[in-house]
Write a protein that binds this ligand. Structure first.
Ligand SMILES: Nc1ncnc2c1ncn2[C@@H]1O[C@H](COP(=O)(O)OP(=O)(O)OP(=O)(O)O)[C@@H](O)[C@H]1O
Length: 570
């Protein structure tokens, strides 16, 4: 029984460690193979605090969190600007560095480590037997798990998921992705530190062997096996692997058993990747708030509702002069000038079509306005302020929204969550408040607004469906609902009519006209389909070879024989 308690205690510790990595990888999409280092930093910080300074058990756990989280900044601030294999390599380097420091620093006791770590105690009660140690470990792990669970399902967790799905897409909705990634890394590493503190108090002895890269890989396997972005994934993965490891230890109590465990873990990883990439417990896409269908009743037909809750910064009447001015903007790629000395002036409430042959520079122009690339020369002035050197999220926050040609949907999130994540920053979108039971009414209000926006787009019946499973046209309508939630006053629509059937094209056209009529949103529409633009746009900007060739009404452009012959082939 005593041994069983020890195994259960270890499962709790590693479940906490795996859940903290799941927060980083499952929600943040950030692949780290250095998690054992933060586990170790927590363990050493906890141990030193307890032994050297006699710090009480709960406070030592807080110190473990703080030290591991603070150490994460050393890695995350420089390296989270990169992703994919570069981030993986950066975390690998941190793992090697961490192991080397644990081995060579005096404070860590070098290879011999630190012994006789005191048992957990609370209000004078010492948790000594394996049963008692299990209870305190379970209690702390459960508390941390609840905090991470709340964080993951909060608006903060929703933004993290969207970053994982499409970082450019969520930046275009006004979220500072770097800040969110640093924050999720900070929190995940902090909880790894708490797991380290618990580990130290359970085993009462630590040395660098417990924090080597093998441990980091084992935790990665726990997460992948249990289920990425599933709150119970880390627990399931830890339970399976720790049980397996301990069973092997009992059957083969030699070094062979330990090596066999490594081989088995490797095979499990390969098996998971090949047979069940979603892990034992797959991620749920359904928004918690309408999981039971609440809020969807009575929302049958598309109605001519007033968007009373929507606040696009479309106070067109308050703008003096042009809302958006593109002044003498040039952008080259090597010898190729994609946009050349372009000047376009857009008044509030205008709908402007941007047309021209392939390679004319239309998308580049949108990239420049949206901040995805910077102009070589020239300025982009919005509401009187030069935005040409601002980051995409700042431009989006200022009120310029974009529907990308391929929408950039958050495919594994529901339509409702796609809209919810687009609202401007709320209290619980901050990682510090995400786990607190606050702003529930604000969240309920946003849900109602989001449902209203989906209803406005005729998508109320799809609120709970994954956007990746909707048709391309419906995804575009979700994109419109996201722009409304964002409150963008200028919409950059990149080929909204492309890739959809004629019926849906009409729907989208009607929606654009309706948004303009109801909200006075200003729009720039890049489009090849001239029929789509007829009767929709106030002016057409004709571009060719990076240059604005002509700005005129739709009829004048169509009547210009030379343009039609040269570029439109009609
Ligand atoms: N990142 C890049 N690197 C190099 N050249 C680029 C890059 N992006 C665009 N270009 C080039 O710049 C020119 C303008 O491209 P852009 O995509 O803006 O044209 P477009 O008018 O949107 O064309 P389409 O209608 O086909 O989408 C093209 O010649 C293109 O090859």
């Amino acid at each position: 029984m005593d041994y069983l308690f020890l195994v259960l205690t270890l499962i709790c510790v590693y479940a906490l460690l795996a859940t903290s990595l799941n927060l980083i990888k499952g929600y943040g999409g950030l692949f780290s193979v250095a998690h054992a280092v933060f586990f170790g930093i927590g363990a050493y910080a906890f141990t030193i605090a307890r032994i050297e300074y006699g710090v009480p058990f709960p406070l030592a756990l807080v110190i473990a969190f703080a030290m591991a989280a603070a150490a994460s900044l050393v890695l995350s601030i420089p390296s989270l600007r990169v992703s994919g294999e570069y981030l993986l390599l950066a975390t690998f380097a941190v793992q090697i560095l961490g192991t080397s420091l644990f081995l060579n620093l005096d404070i860590t006791g070098g290879p011999a480590g630190i012994r006789d770590i005191p048992h957990a105690d609370l209000f004078g009660y010492v948790f000594q037997t394996n049963g008692q140690v299990f209870i305190i470990t379970l209690a702390v792990s459960a508390l941390c798990w609840c905090m991470m669970y709340e964080t993951a399902r909060s608006p903060f967790g929703r933004v993290m998921k969207a970053i994982r799905e499409d970082e450019i897409g969520i930046a275009a909705l006004g979220k500072d992705t770097l800040w969110f990634k640093i924050a999720v890394f900070f929190i995940g590493c902090g909880f790894a530190g708490v797991a380290g503190g618990l580990f130290a108090t359970v085993i009462t002895f630590i040395n660098p062997d417990s924090f080597v890269i093998y441990v980091s890989f084992t935790v990665v396997i726990m997460v992948l096996l249990g289920g990425l972005a599933n709150p119970f994934g880390g627990i399931a993965g830890a339970a399976v692997l720790i049980t397996l490891e301990e069973t092997l230890r009992v059957i083969m109590p030699t070094a062979v058993g330990a090596h066999l465990a490594m081989v088995l873990f490797g095979l499990i990883l390969v098996g998971v990747i090949m047979r069940r990439p979603q892990g034992l417990l797959p991620e749920h896409a359904t928004s918690n708030l309408v999981a039971d269908g609440r809020g969807l009743e009575g929302r049958g037909q598309r109605q001519a509702i007033k968007l009373k809750n929507v606040d696009p910064q479309a106070s067109a009447a308050l703008i003096h002069g042009p809302l958006l001015r593109i002044e003498n903007v040039t952008k080259s790629y090597g010898g190729l000038v994609a946009v050349r000395g372009t000047n376009i002036s857009v008044d509030a409430g205008d709908i402007i079509g941007i047309v021209g042959p392939n390679g004319a520079g239309k998308t580049t122009l949108f990239d420049l306005i949206g901040g995805n690339i910077r102009p070589d020369t020239g300025t982009i002035v919005y509401r009187g302020q030069d935005f040409s050197k601002h980051k995409p999220y700042r431009i989006a926050q200022a009120g310029i929204g974009r529907l990308f040609q391929h929408v950039r949907p958050f495919s594994n999130m529901t339509a409702l969550d796609n809209v919810l994540v687009s609202f401007p920053r709320s209290l619980r979108e901050s990682p510090w408040f995400a786990w607190l039971p606050i702003d529930r009414s604000g969240e309920a209000e946003r849900r109602d607004k989001a449902l209203e926006l989906l209803q406005y787009m005729g998508l109320e019946g799809h609120a709970n469906e994954k956007v990746g499973e909707l048709s391309f046209g419906q995804q575009k309508l979700v994109g419109f609902a996201r722009l409304l939630a964002q409150g963008a006053s200028v919409w950059l629509l990149d080929e909204p009519a492309a890739g959809i059937d004629p019926q849906m094209r009409q729907d989208i056209r009607r929606t654009i006209l309706r948004v303009r009529q109801d909200l006075g949103v200003t729009m720039l529409i890049v489009e090849h389909n001239m029929d789509f633009l007829e009767g929709l746009v106030d002016r057409v900007v004709f571009m060719a070879e990076g240059t604005v060739v002509k700005v005129a009404s739709f009829d004048d452009i169509m009547a210009d024989r030379e343009l039609n012959r040269l570029y439109l082939g009609v």
